[in-house]
Design a protein around this ligand. Structure first.
Ligand SMILES: [Zn+2]
Length: 291
């Protein structure tokens, strides 16, 4: 009898292969359809640029605080905890700049849509404007933080602010408004940098106004949010009472509690001869803890 060639063996094997059970075929088909659905969902995941105004996702920028009392300080407060670089930063994409500007009221919906379309068409330019926005924000922070702290601002930061404001002013123009005029940025031919102009203009306006003497930095270490203290007796210390203010209150309360228990132990030691030495040790340890 002739020996079968390898191909004949394979063919013989394939013709005798048991067909897959119906249930298994259905399961494979379902998995296939499921994977296609997942691919479609991933592909249609909202684009931050496209959905910056209307997307269902809640962007971090939307929880940005509006406690600065000035446009440029509210922009500074989109980041926080700046020991060296911002540890908290709500500006993650160019679309966040547009969304923030829309919330701040410095652009309207039609300009916002135009900027988002532009950012989608020119992503590299949008990324450059985003990093310029962050650099401007940090320069504004350092200038006003120094002022609040009674220090001189760095010349490089003042130059950065001046340049940004000069660029903004170059695009501004007078327009009729009622019987008078308004100083506006043109609506036509939107540019990606458009979102930076009102911020830079506001920073220079605040820096050269009387209100600059009221600019403060939150008293909580490494909060770094700035605000204009509009209280009558200039007594505001925290960015928000319900956040940093309450935490400071709690710290003071615990400190008093601890100090009270130390005083009680001292009194006990006086009342009981021979206990003084132990209590003294506890007191010095507690003092160290509060430094
Ligand atoms: Zn704070």
């Amino acid at each position: 009898m002739r020996r079968q060639t390898p191909r004949e063996v394979r063919n013989a094997h394939s013709t005798t292969r048991t067909p897959l059970p119906r249930r298994m075929r259905m399961a494979i088909m379902s998995l296939f359809l499921l994977s296609i659905s997942v691919m479609v969902i991933i592909d249609s995941k909202p684009n931050y640029h496209r959905t910056a105004l209307t997307g269902p996702e809640l962007r971090p920028i939307e929880s940005s605080p509006w406690i600065g009392g000035d446009l440029c300080l509210d922009f500074v407060n989109t980041a926080g905890s700046r020991t060296r670089a911002p540890a908290v930063d709500r500006l993650e994409a160019y679309g966040d700049l547009v969304r923030w500007s829309r919330l701040a009221g410095t652009i309207d919906d039609s300009i916002a849509e135009e900027l988002l379309r532009l950012a989608e068409a020119e992503p590299a330019s949008a990324a450059r404007v985003l990093s310029r926005a962050k650099a401007l924000r940090e320069a504004i922070y350092r200038v006003f933080s120094a002022r609040a702290d009674g220090r001189a601002a760095e010349a490089s930061d003042l130059n950065a602010l001046s340049s940004a404001a000069a660029e903004a002013a170059a695009h501004r123009a007078l327009a009729p408004a009622g019987f008078g005029f308004r100083y506006v940025w043109p609506r036509e031919g939107a540019r990606l940098e458009r979102v930076l102009w009102p911020i830079a203009a506001a920073a220079v306006e605040l820096a050269t106004s009387d209100r600059v003497t009221r600019v403060k930095e939150c008293a909580t270490a490494n909060c770094n949010w700035l605000f204009v203290d509009l209280s009558r007796n200039r007594s505001r210390r925290w960015c928000q009472m319900r956040e940093c203010g309450n935490r400071a209150k709690q710290r003071r309360y615990h400190a008093r509690e601890k100090a009270g228990s130390v005083a009680d132990r001292k009194n006990d030691a006086r009342a009981e001869p021979g206990m003084g030495r132990r209590v003294q040790t506890g007191t010095s340890r507690d003092r160290r803890a509060f430094r």
